[in-house]
Design a binder for this molecule. Sequence first.
Ligand SMILES: [Zn+2]
Ligand SMILES: [Zn+2]
Length: 220
Amino acid sequence: MPAASSPRPGAASTDVRRSAADPWKLDLRELGRRAGSMREWNATLPAPAGWGVEMIGVPEGAPVQLHLRLESVMEGVLVSGQVDVPVAGQCARCLEPVTDSLELDVQELYAYAGSTTEATSEEDEVRRIDGEHLDLAPLVRDAVVLTLPLSPTCTPDCAGLCVDCGERLDDLPADHSHEVLDPRWAGLAARLAGETDSAEKTDSAEGPQPGSARTNPEEI
Ligand SMILES: [Zn+2]
Ligand SMILES: [Zn+2]
C-alpha cells in the first residue's frame, strides 16, 4: 500500500496541532518506528470530563496514574500496562457517596496510517496513530466505562433505605421498625394481616394460606 505518504482524505489534521495542549496525546517521535523499540512510560494525567456511567464515574481532573509500556511493532505501537483510576459516585441502594479506585489492565494496538492493519480495518475497529501522536484517552476511557458498575454500592451488602423513614438501614438497629405494636394486640394484628393477604388473592380466598403449603415437615 503506497498510502503511507498521503493522509486519508478528510482526515482531521487539526488534531495534531492541538495535541501540544492535550497531555493524553503522546508524541511518538521519541519512540521511533523501528520495530522492537520499547519505552516504559509512567505518568499521572488529569481525567477529562465525561468518563462515567449514570451513578459513578471519574471526577473531571482526578489524577489517573498510567504505568504503560509502548512497543513499536510492524503495524504500529502496542500499548500495554496498568491504569489506576479514582472513581466517585453514589450508592444505588442508599444514595451515600461512594469512592473507589479501579486498577485496569490495558493492551491495545494503535495502527500506523497506511499499515495493513489500518487499511484492512473499519474506521471504528482499530485505534489509529494520528500523525506522530497517539491518543491514550479513548483507550482508557473505554476501559473505565466498561468496568464501572451500573449499580454501585457503598458496601457489597448495603441494605438500602427504610421505605418508611428514608434512613439508611445499615445505620439503624437491626430491629428498626415503624409498627407501633402493643404486645397485647400482636395476635389481633397477625390475624388482620392474614385477612389482608387472602383478600388480595381474590381467586383463592377460601383456600389454605399460601405459606402453609410450602412447609415440608421432613425438612424440619
Ligand atoms: Zn449503600
Ligand atoms: Zn425507618
